[in-house]
Design a protein around this ligand. Structure first.
Ligand SMILES: C[S@@+](CC[C@H](N)C(=O)[O-])C[C@H]1O[C@@H](n2cnc3c(N)ncnc32)[C@H](O)[C@@H]1O
Length: 236
């Protein structure tokens, strides 16, 4: 799907995005996010949360950082960022406050970022890379702006390979997720897109190849819950 359409979809569901996520994943998403956060050492200083959306991932990551680092949340949907900035004003995580952690939200396309070479020591992408049209370009851009030995941590959905699980998942995508998403956000098209984007996302092996082709060395691949979601951990 074209970037313009993806942006339009996220702009249209921004105000109910966090709520819809919880319900359509039947709560499992929170567990996946907690597993993801546990893979952050906390010593990182300059962090990019790419495709940060409403900042759900960004605030979670900020809460894990043990020092006074800076975290940039970048997204190309102005409405998703608007929610992130509102949340930032209202309830910036107490952990982030205590550590003088700086959180900045910026509008931008992750395939062409306005940061200098070798700037970041940690890059995260939570349920975002699936939506990026030119994923290779984004992974290369992350490589360019990362310093030597920087880490890349990505979490993304997968379309299950097991035929039995796939049947159940197809039912869930077509009837539960699409309908719940449509009821909560009033936008059925957005949740049909979400289902399609999960089906069209490369399998774990192909996505690992793409990460490697962009220059990264993969350290860990962690599939979760019948491989419905995978965490990819790589180093420059
Ligand atoms: C499913 S949301 C994920 C939000 C957040 N990371 C989270 O944990 O909930 C995906 C986000 O990717 C953004 N996105 C997709 N393609 C992008 C691109 N090329 N550049 C920047 N943001 C992009 C969308 O605007 C959307 O906000």
């Amino acid at each position: 799907m074209q970037d313009k359409k993806v942006r339009k979809i996220f702009n249209s569901i921004s105000f109910r995005y966090d709520l819809a996520n919880f319900f359509i994943s039947l709560g499992i998403e929170r567990y996946w996010r907690s597993r993801f956060l546990k893979m952050i050492s906390g010593c990182e200083k300059k962090i990019l949360d790419a495709c940060c959306g409403t900042g759900y991932s960004t605030f979670g990551i900020a809460g894990r950082i043990k020092n006074d680092g800076i975290i940039y949340g970048v997204d190309f949907s102005s409405e998703m960022l608007e929610i992130a900035r509102l949340k930032s004003e209202r309830h910036l995580s107490s952990a982030a406050r205590e550590q003088n952690m700086i959180i900045r939200f910026m509008e931008g396309d992750v395939t062409c970022l306005d940061f200098e070479d070798n700037y970041f020591d940690f890059i995260t992408v939570v349920f975002g890379i699936r939506n990026v049209k030119d994923r290779k370009k984004a992974l290369e851009e992350f490589y360019r702006i990362s310093s030597d030995k920087s880490r890349l941590l990505i979490m993304e959905f997968n379309y299950p390979q097991n035929k039995f699980i796939r049947k159940i998942y197809d039912f869930y995508l077509a009837f539960i997720m699409s309908n719940l998403g449509a009821i909560i956000t009033g936008n059925k098209e957005a949740y049909s897109y979400l289902a399609e984007s999960i089906k069209n996302f490369p399998d774990v092996i192909s996505f690992c190849t793409l990460i490697r082709e962009a220059g990264w060395k993969i350290l860990k691949v962690r599939p979760m819950t019948f491989a419905l979601c995978t965490i990819y951990f790589a180093i420059k």
